[in-house]
Ligand binder design. Structure first.
Ligand code: THU
Length: 157
């Protein structure tokens, strides 16, 4: 028997201004995208912004429904929209922002497991790392690839 370890390293910024220009822009888009949330049940507004390999940015926001499972997270709204709009382009990066009643939370907004799985597949499709930026009012985290937030990715079929 051998014990194995998985190490994850990521960057923590204390302000958006510390990031490079591309990430700053994507973070600002994710924060603005929170305005598109439809969250009459949770009142938790989430915005996401995806940067494509052609430089275009596609936004998404969470959409809730009275039949709860019919709603969709901001990240998947953004990624599915981006893939539908630019099917031949790769996703390079995704930024996520969220907070109660549309006010950015202090801690970074972290994506749910289902959204991580969808990120993983678009990263595999691209064959290149897709970075993930999680934005909070007090700190921002940047992960260089989806594997860092979803180790042992399932993509075997
Ligand atoms: N939500 C997202 O949009 N992204 C996530 O990764 C986690 C949760 C949304 C779904 C629901 O509308 C609300 O936040 C509360 O769960």
């Amino acid at each position: 028997m051998t014990q194995k370890d998985i190490n994850i390293s990521y960057l923590e910024y204390s302000r958006i201004e510390e990031m490079n220009a591309e990430d700053r822009e994507l973070a600002a888009e994710a924060i603005e995208a929170m305005g598109g949330a439809y969250a009459p049940y949770s009142h938790f507004h989430v915005g996401a912004a995806v940067r494509m390999s052609n430089g275009q940015i596609v936004r998404g926001a969470n959409q809730e429904n009275a039949a709860f499972p019919s709603g969709l997270c901001a990240e998947r709204t953004a990624m599915f929209s981006a893939s539908a709009k630019y099917p031949d382009k790769d996703m390079r990066s995704i930024a996520i922002a969220g907070g109660v009643h549309g006010r950015l939370g202090r801690e970074p907004a972290t994506p749910c497991g289902a959204c991580r799985q969808v990120m993983a597949q678009y990263q595999t499709k691209a064959g290149k790392p897709m970075s993930v930026i999680m934005i909070g009012a007090d700190k921002i985290w940047k992960f260089e690839k989806v594997d860092d937030i979803l180790p042992l990715i399932f993509d075997s079929i």
